[in-house]
Design a protein around this ligand. Sequence first.
Ligand code: AHR
Length: 515
Amino acid sequence: MPTATVRLSPSATIGATDKRLFGAFIEHLGRCVYGGIYEPGHPTADERGFRRDVMALVKELAPTIMRYPGGNFVSGYDWEDGVGPVENRPRRLDLAWMSTETNAFGTNEFIDWCRLTGIEPMLAVNLGTRDGDAARRYLEYCNHDGGTALSDLRKQHGWPLPHGVKFWCLGNEMDGPWQMQAKTAQEYGRLATETAKMMKWVDPTIELAACGSSGRNMPTFGAWEDTVLDATFDHVDYISLHTYINNYAGDVPAFLAAADLMDDFIEEVTAIADSVAARRRSPKRIMLSFDEWNVWYRTRRTPADRVKPGWPVAPPILEEAYTMADALAFGGMCISLLNHADRVKVACLAQLVNVIAPIMTETGGEAWRQTIFYPFAQFSHFGRGTVLRADIACPTYDASYYDPRGAQELRFPVTAAYLKLAAVRDEATGGVTIFALNRHLTEPLRLTVDLDGLALKSVRAARQLCDADLTAVNTADDPERIRPGLLSGVTLSGQVLRATLQPASWNMIRLGTAA
Ligand code: AHR
């Protein structure tokens, strides 16, 4: 049986997790909004049309910040279409997802939904088909107290108080040829700068994220960040990162190793941001907003999965059914985010409901948890605090991760330890939560953690997510086929924790300071 030894110590820390690290994303895409969070007439819908069954699952999932309204959708979105009396709102062609957008749900409904669920709203502005002028007007509509035409229009629409949205994305994936009016780095850098200037003049309390590359496999990755940050450095606070990991190759070890490439991506973007700062001799540190991340591949490369003919309203697209293996790869990504809490201050699981999502619904029917729901909920509930630097000794394996771009068959070599782990100390209680992934598919992993100096006295909870069938999924008919179970045999003796992690398993162990 392979063994892994880990040393944790109270003085070796990575940093505190920001509350916004545990975010998610709602896009006007498929059935994420319509038939997802919003479905007037559904048996559980409230008077505004918000599905209460979905809200209950969202509360259990516990995302902290919610990005809206896109995604690719935002690059053609006229925010004015989504406010004011619903009966006057126009139907539009959405060129991002080849659908008809009814605009029955818009910014004010989104803000209401966020208030009801206790989630911070994050808005993206359209820097594809529109520009800084539309963005500053959108901000004025949302955040200005009153006494101007746009802020008074919001009041007239029924929202007397400003929305106070603090976090704004300057467009979405503007490097991607699939984007409406994609830009070169120079074009985007200038547009983002001019937009940011005006937006901060309207409301100096906001925080702004510039678009980074839409993936590490983009041909312009690196040069894009450098050029964009060179232009925007004095005006923005964050640079965005997006990653969707895949198992197109049917190579589970490589799939599970891919989260380590996410670590590389974060460290590379951090290095570029800091080199831009260094060229200016600036102490300012641009933080990272990982505002799209997930597993996504089955519904990604086939046009028929993404686009239904005939401009349908809310078609069932990108409805990825997540397997047990996907939950493991996903858990690895949660660990990568935690272990970079010093620089990744914002992260959004893409997306929330139906569309590559932890929560699935039937329109008019049930809602249930996908496999990836569980690692995220544990990450959000118990990942808050100070991340400890784990010193890990463990056998490794070599993999070749396949991440194609268009017709190009790209491969990325990666050497991964069988154990991937993050440990977070809750500053209020002194308790520590360990998240651990055993990437060995056939062997259990004997785990020993030296907790010297952390004064931990009890195992408060030990849970595992594993199944002999890595292809198992949760469905409407069998919604709890995959769910966490007890991890037995965890011991704490002196300051040494011992556990045996099942092959191909995601684990969470919570340690307390009371005996
Ligand atoms: O989340 C699905 C899509 O993935 C988003 O619309 C886009 O930003 C990304 O390419």
